[in-house]
Ligand binder design. Sequence first.
Ligand code: ATP
Length: 449
Amino acid sequence: MTVVGLDDTDSRERGMCTTYVATEIAAALSERDDVTVDRLVLVRLNPAVRYKTRGNAALAIHIEDDPDVAFSVARDVLEKRSETADERTNPGLVVADHDPDAVPDRVRSFAMDAIREQLTIEDAVTVATDSGYRHWGLGNGRGRIGALAAIGAWAALEDWTYEYISYREPARWGTPRAVDEESVFTAADRGYPTVWDTIDRGEGETVCVPHTPGPILHGIRGDDPEVVRTVANTIESEPVDGRQLFVTNQGTDVHLRNHGSLRFASEPIDGRAYRLEGWVASEPATRRGGHVFFELAGEPPAVGDGAKGSNTPIDETATGTSPRLTCAAFEPTKRFRDRVRSLHVGDRITACGEVSGGTLKLEKFAVRDLVRTERVTPTCSSCGRRMKSAGRNQGYRCRDCGTSAEEKVDRRLERDLEIGWYEVPPCARRHIAKPLVRGGFDGPTHPER
Ligand code: ATP
């Protein structure tokens, strides 16, 4: 058995796609030697990597072939197809001559690190060489990081999904795609929930059809290889040049590190993605551009911070010095921002997303405990008007009626949120982020579709 790993073939401006190159290599190998391709694996690596062109994808081909032949054929195709006129395109190829499951521990953990950490080209070259793998690169050969990770991923990961990609005729690349939208909506509805992120109902968008200049016509994602095929086959469009099924780690949340409470967390680090527990510590605020921000704290807000009434007692001893992290829902997350705006100081949540520039970019969050009341200045029982402060530590008084109250009173809060998970809509989903509809979450879910 041979495993061929490859990465970094395309350019943002010129368009290409590593899935397409992998499909070509698989076709060239199976035609030449009449050998069986077992599967093509599409692995999404750390979405926070700055070298990525778009979705940080790397590919592996599992094939019953001679590793030397596989290496030279793959290299030929990579040399021909890679968009190396773009200096940021640095293709890499790694070939392993073992069963896809028989990955050495170092390669397995390299794959996990490539999904959650930042690695160097030297890391990849050392591990590939020590493992006895053939490897090759163009430019600075950075693609060897993804190529090696794509080999290790098969043994490192457990949760797999599918994408069935339909490709365009080469003469049409770069021209507008002719896809019948209605047929996409109908097919997506039929396939849901096994097939997900095909469309965004709220935005009326066909998410499965890319806007970039590359060879992909559409990609259908889901949990069952037969259903993704069926959905793709019922979409009406321009002629399809070829189709390929990929086994992927898309829609799995495998990039998230489970960090527990923000209170006990060592500082969250830029360039990684986390799942963090904490308390909403500032009212969500919408800033210029429509982005929504709030502070997450590692302990409940202190008395007097304005909210109480969740099952979590307000912490009388809270110092206000626990770790804090700014969380953001950016404008492209659309209606998700309304969910974030509905959060209130004192709500206990689990927040998921990548930390960048010290800010957690929310992909989803779970409401664990909702604040049900807030502390407000009392109203006068005679005239119904809001009382005024009677001076420092002297309670409140109605200046007209003379009535008084010692302290603020509880007022019931109407909440638009329920306990459970909320997520960005399909149009804003990162490839690797798990849609709630896939299930397996530790609470009720409120899926977007
Ligand atoms: P493509 O469609 O070509 O795969 P892409 O968005 O996946 O586009 P690439 O062009 O592959 O982006 O560029 C990503 C680069 O970053 C690759 O060279 C890959 O080896 C490298 N890379 C991937 N993960 C990591 C990581 N965790 N640390 C450092 N570099 C990484």
